[in-house]
Write a protein that binds this ligand. Structure first.
Ligand code: ZN
Length: 303
């Protein structure tokens, strides 16, 4: 049976773009693999960070707005994204965090250390130690955490339709946490569903996650997901061309906006792999706006 291999990307909302670039390329040493605009509102950037090649499962993207009001995660929203770091490099990251991050903390989750940093908009950025990797670099996502009022319906979707399996259950720091794992060994194959008895109301804004995208290996597989999701009672959008992948979207039963994005064509479709992220890339429908966009979008310096 076809299953989802893991995360494709996570998209979040940020405040001023330069601070976002400084943190993700400077502190976290991610590569800016695409500098483009929000295709649905082209007077704002859409920035993509990832590993050197822009591999699915390593991609974190932002819509930065200079005047964005701060948001806060709550039930029905994705709460945090986590990167995997090798256990033997964890202490290096703790030291680096001490050097430039206010309010960094270390907790334990399923027996692994979790270093939580705050990005310039206050978003929690988790670095979780893993045994199997051996580079000091962050090499992709470990997991994403979804905050639910009731984790049952989302867990059923992930298990019965996406093909994930239960991989752990624990209660700590006031959160009940169910861990689900996709088959295989792709980066970002874990999804944690959490619920809390605390009465918290979340709201979208800077520092919050806009949507979570899962992978389809190709266009045919994506079309298959439209059918399988329909059979399970989830209505998706039609296929939308996002230039670097094709996308379908639907609201999962817990309230989080899910996307399924294709691996191809990838980020080297419109500029050389060696210079990804350097030039402002526009999709063909917005190319005529280039002169005015280059005037309104602030220039960005990459670390
Ligand atoms: Zn997306």
């Amino acid at each position: 049976m076809t299953h989802i291999p893991g995360l494709h990307h996570v998209t979040a909302i940020a405040g001023p773009a330069q601070a976002n670039v400084d943190f993700y390329t400077g502190v976290l040493a991610q590569r800016l693999v695409k500098k483009t605009v929000n295709f649905d509102a082209p007077d704002t950037y859409h920035l993509y960070y990832g590993d050197a090649a822009g591999t699915p499962g390593t991609i974190l993207t932002f819509f930065p707005f200079a005047g964005a009001r701060p948001g806060r995660a709550g039930p029905g929203m994705a709460q945090a994204y986590a990167y995997a770091v090798p256990a033997d490099a964890f202490d290096i990251w703790v030291e680096r965090a001490g050097a430039f991050a206010e309010g960094a903390s270390i907790t334990l989750r399923f027996g692994a250390r979790v270093l939580t940093l705050r990005d310039p908009d206050g978003a929690p950025v988790e670095l979780i130690e893993v045994a199997e990797r051996s580079s000091a670099q962050i090499g992709g996502f470990h997991s994403v955490t979804l905050w639910q009022q009731d984790i049952g319906p989302t867990a059923r979707l992930m298990q019965d339709v996406f093909g994930y399996a239960e991989a752990g259950h624990e209660t700590s720091h006031g959160f009940e946490r169910l861990r689900l794992c996709a088959p295989g060994d792709a980066p970002g194959r874990l999804v944690d569903l959490v619920r809390s008895d605390r009465a918290v109301q979340g709201h979208a804004g800077a520092g919050t996650i806009h949507h979570v995208a899962f992978r389809a290996r190709d266009n045919d597989e994506q079309l298959g997901w439209i059918d399988r999701l329909a059979t399970a009672g989830h209505r998706t959008t039609g296929v939308i061309d996002r230039q670097y992948f094709n996308a379908i979207y639907f609201r999962e039963p817990g309230g989080v906006l899910f996307e399924i994005a294709t691996d191809p064509p990838g980020f080297a479709v419109d500029e050389p792999a060696a210079t990804l992220g350097q030039a402002l890339m526009l999709p063909v429908q917005h190319e005529h706006l280039r002169p005015q966009l280059e005037r309104v979008l602030p220039p960005l310096r990459v670390a």
